[in-house]
Design a protein around this ligand. Sequence first.
Ligand code: UDP
Length: 234
Amino acid sequence: MTAETVLYEGKAKKILATDSPEYIIQYFKDDATAFNAEKRAVIPGKGIVNNQISARVFSVLAEAGIPTHFVRTVSEREMMAKRVSIIPVEVVIRNRATGSLVARLGLEEGQVLNPPLIELFYKNDALGDPLITEDHIRLLKLADDAQIAEMKRLAQRVNAVLLPFFESRGLLLVDLKLEFGIANGQIVVADEISPDTCRLWDLQSGERLDKDRFRHDLGRVEEAYREVWRRVCA
Ligand code: UDP
């Protein structure tokens, strides 16, 4: 199966057609954006690392019986995935308070959230991906009640599987952002799961090993992505 036509180009990935209408290729770029694309850079090697970390994480989820769009990696920067219709809701699940949650509610940085907190955001760049309620989702007809419930249930399961997976590799899964797609009527985890979309802190030192190094100019950005790759994939 060869990749040809670009179906969609996002900030960190391109979606390419394959010769089957049921499958696409996700091509992972080195481009990084933050703060609704106001801040941009190239992080050399990020695409390779994120493709491989995502592939590993999706495989772990599949082994745990959680449906994902992932099929297989096809090159160091590319994975084949089922073609899905993306639900325009970003589901964030948090085990510790940081980032926008601290800014919004004034919680203490690093505060434990038990049970994990789920938040829903409208995936809409023009509006800056605002936090939304389930009533907003119904109003905008982004998903129906059963789909909202299923996304939240799957997010809890993903978190429950990935917390110990990362912990055994010396990483604290602080939070993660999930996107879901629909294929043949089934809701599956889609997009990517990588240091671009999760916060991962070193269990011992608390060092940030994720996109926050880029967002907040903490330095050693490439090294952090590579360190996660080493712990998860090597
Ligand atoms: N996140 C993401 N894409 C976004 C916004 C957030 O992948 O457009 C991830 C982010 O990396 C973190 C989690 O979702 O793992 C929660 O992010 P938060 O709401 O704290 O936003 P931020 O601090 O990045 O503005």
